[in-house]
Design a protein around this ligand. Structure first.
Ligand SMILES: C[S@@+](CC[C@H](N)C(=O)[O-])C[C@H]1O[C@@H](n2cnc3c(N)ncnc32)[C@H](O)[C@@H]1O
Length: 290
């Protein structure tokens, strides 16, 4: 795959950024100087104390999670492919008086764009690695950004969620007599219909609306790759990192399947309304550079 994917996805994210800035409700971060994004608030028990750490946030988008890491006391640099996303992120940082550096770069070029500086923490996730064609190269890039003893923290979409779509069940399954887990005729359920393992050819999408709000996206075309859990773990280990945590969660901080997932008002996380034990929706992985 040549670098065309970067051009396609940059246009897509540039066109989504202003919509997301409206939908994410940036004013609330200005009104409440201690507010953390739901995403970072969810992460804090596993993230631990990050005060005083040098951190880089890969694929930081419009900077709400980056600002939250800053509010937890880290010295943060945000990196993203999309200049329009970074404009929004910089505007928010200025408005709240947060000293955050933002650098425009695609992930694999980040070490060079950051002057080969190294960090105590690489933070990323929630719709990050699906935009990258090669998970092994991503892990090597992360390792290059970390100083010895530094750690990677990623919470991202579970590859099972990425491989799923919602479908209506047509027939009654004979095993439903024995297993109440199995959906019946007319139920909307999740079905594994997309690739689970990394493929050389990406999935191409043309989505007129983004995952938040209902405004139309100017550049709807995007390309994505899935990476299996074992591919992610193996990539991290082969890049010289030691795995210290791997957790699978039944919830995700946006609505992937309206109608069958319900928002928990305390966390802002969505999980299957019925039988949530069926779907790993996100994972957290933590790994340390030896
Ligand atoms: C779903 S957003 C990340 C979400 C973030 N957690 C949030 O909600 O604020 C994905 C981000 O990845 C960026 N991106 C996509 N491909 C990239 C690449 N190859 N290198 C760097 N950033 C990339 C996009 O510009 C976008 O800002």
């Amino acid at each position: 795959m040549d670098d065309d994917y970067l051009t396609i996805n940059r246009a897509n994210w540039d066109s989504r950024a202003p919509l997301h800035a409206r939908a994410y409700g940036l004013a609330k971060y200005v009104d409440d100087p201690e507010l953390l994004s739901d995403v970072v608030r969810f992460d804090t028990p596993r993230l631990g104390d990050i005060a005083g750490l040098d951190a880089v946030h890969l694929q930081c988008h419009i900077g709400t999670d980056t600002l939250s890491l800053h509010r937890l006391g880290a010295r943060v640099t945000g990196v993203d492919l999309s200049g329009v996303s970074l404009d929004q992120a910089r505007r928010l940082a200025v408005e709240v008086g947060a000293d955050i550096a933002y650098v425009q770069s695609e992930v694999y070029a980040a070490p060079e764009a950051l002057g080969h500086q190294t960090y105590d923490l690489v933070y990323t996730g929630i719709g990050a690695i699906c935009w990258l064609p090669d998970i092994a190269r991503w892990a090597r890039t992360v390792a290059e950004l970390l100083r010895p003893g530094g750690r990677l923290f990623i919470r991202d979409m579970h590859p099972v969620l990425n491989a799923s779509i919602a479908m209506t069940v047509a027939d009654d399954h004979p095993d439903r007599q024995q297993q109440s887990w199995i959906s019946g005729p007319g139920d909307v359920t999740i079905a594994l219909e997309l690739p689970y393992w990394e493929q050389p050819v990406p999935l191409e999408w043309n989505d007129e609306v983004s995952y938040v709000g209902s405004e139309t996206v100017g550049s709807p075309r995007s390309v994505e790759w899935n990476h299996s859990l074992s591919e992610i773990v193996t990539a991290v280990l082969e890049a010289g990192l030691r795995l210290t945590a791997l957790v699978e969660h039944d919830s995700v901080p946006f609505q992937p399947y309206p109608g069958i997932m319900t928002c928990d008002p305390d966390t802002g996380e969505y999980r299957l309304t019925d039988r949530p034990g069926r779907l790993p929706a996100t994972f957290t992985l933590v790994a340390v550079k030896e």
